[in-house]
Write a protein that binds this ligand. Sequence first.
Ligand code: UDP
Length: 403
Amino acid sequence: MKKRVLILMSDTGGGHRAAAEAIRDALYMEQGEQKVAVDMVDVFREYSPVPLKYAPELYPRWINRSKKSWEAGYKISNTPQNAQIVSTTIYHTIQSGLKRMFREHPSDVIVCVHSLVTRPAMKALMSRSHRPPFVVVVTDLVSTHHLWYEKRVERCLVPTLPAYDRGLESGLVPDQMRITGLPVHPNFVRGLTKQADARAQLGWDQNLPAILLVGGGDGMGPVYRTARAINERRLNCQLIIIAGRNNTLRKQLETSSWNQPTTVYGFRTDMPAILAATDVVVTKAGPATITEACIAGVPMILYDAIPGQETGNVEFIVSNRIGVFAPTPQQIGDTLARWMQEGPNSLRLRSERARALSHPNAVFDIADEVWRYAQQKPIDTDRLSLWKGVVRARRAINNQLDL
Ligand code: UDP
């Protein structure tokens, strides 16, 4: 019989959907659509009341407007006790939606790729007599929040050793966890053509070094200021800027004049080709972009990190000598000018180190794990349902009579 996989995500940033689609498509590739059906649900958008319903809109706005308050919220909530308070509050806000979601999307295994959803979802499932096996795929790289770790899950798949250690700290046991790397879409690796082919496909100049500027799926952070600072340097390069879903930013970029060949894009669905064609990526420290750039072997200049979940990513990239942290437009310009001067050899070394650190097959390892759990029987939650209560009472009476 066809196995049903339910993936819980939300469009807060681009990474959760990207991870969910990657796992879904790897399952389809490996098992075929005759054997598996995957449902993806944006838990906040589809099953939560206001204001959580608007989390996909509110998240980038909050971070763009007040990183300090986001940082404070992240830090305060990131203790075992406070994480529990946050998840209990979310649970009470969305519990009826969660229960409806599980009724409307019956499944053989649940995969959760969102930290805020993991614990409330498990709590909602525990109100049933049986629940499907629950697999968490942690989609932050290094400085992972306590909220990711729920002791009752069957499996917790993490991208890095620091994320694994954090799981142990949060009370998970080694047998529950595995370091797989972050899931990146199977087409990503397949789409990594030769640089010349990718450039021909995209219509970029074949000879000029290509600098890609991207602020995640939502065009977050000081993308415009950074672009202008690079522009001021008049480097011998071509500049490619991705505004993502940020239409205001896109318009602002499109109506500016540039000193070097410059291409402005909105949200792209061909990131493998774009990274294959790129020599240096200037980006915020988003986990998915970092992971994809590592697989593609593209050195990075990180200009920004969402405080909290992305802070550790910077240290990870810098300590592995794949890239640098350049938090001001001035520093980005200096770094680019230096890298261009150093020539291709130092870029090649960074590129090789990036590839060595990557897990291009992570998504298939994760899909295999999910498939394995999809074969398991539902788990008894030990909740005393009416029926179970009747069965137990009858057993007890029979035992008494036997005596
Ligand atoms: N992305 C994309 N098209 C774009 C811009 C970004 O597909 O135009 C993808 C990018 O390849 C990555 C994800 O969106 O997979 C961004 O995730 P990341 O974790 O870097 O940042 P987030 O957007 O989640 O803050």
